[in-house]
Design a protein around this ligand. Structure first.
Ligand SMILES: [Zn+2]
Length: 158
């Protein structure tokens, strides 16, 4: 869940296949999230880079959000190891299948777009001592650590 600690930019695409093509093209930035509407028109779908530090696109967290309900949560329905998939069509098929997935990994996932509001929390690994800790995303961003990393209170007080 490294992505939960980062801020993202939404890139709108028309469908799952276009998202797969963009992801595989190597032309997207690791903070960019592909967003499309599911075939049945029920969900906004999001493919979020979720790998650690040096290869963020190795893993993709797939989130979806009901279009017709107000303040709908982000549901995480899939975690795809994109690094093992060579073929655009196969990635597109996985993305498409996640539109109708009955399995929800996380009911209330966090996706921060543009700027954190100040209330978002996420798990970080301290870039200094390696401890895992829960912290406020907005406060951690100033340390400018790699994805999933922050600076814990103890190290910051030195
Ligand atoms: Zn520390």
């Amino acid at each position: 869940m490294y992505y939960e600690a980062r801020t993202h930019e939404i890139v709108e695409v028309t469908n799952a296949m276009e998202a797969a093509i963009k992801i595989k093209s190597g032309s997207i930035e690791t903070y960019q999230v592909m967003k499309w509407t599911s075939n049945d028109g029920k969900y906004f779908m999001y493919a979020v880079p979720d790998g650690h530090i040096d290869n963020m696109l190795l893993e993709l967290a797939i989130l979806r959000q009901e279009i017709h309900s107000i303040d709908a949560n982000y549901q995480q329905v899939e975690s795809i190891t994109n690094g093992w998939i060579d073929n655009v069509d196969i990635l597109g098929k996985y993305l498409q299948e996640s539109e109708t997935s009955n399995f929800i990994m996380i009911k209330n996932a966090q996706l921060i777009t543009i700027n954190p509001q100040g209330h978002e929390k996420a798990w970080f690994t301290c870039g200094c001592c390696g401890t895992s800790f829960l912290a406020n995303v907005k406060e951690q961003i100033k340390f400018d650590q790699d994805a999933g990393y922050g600076i814990c209170d103890r190290c910051n007080s030195w």
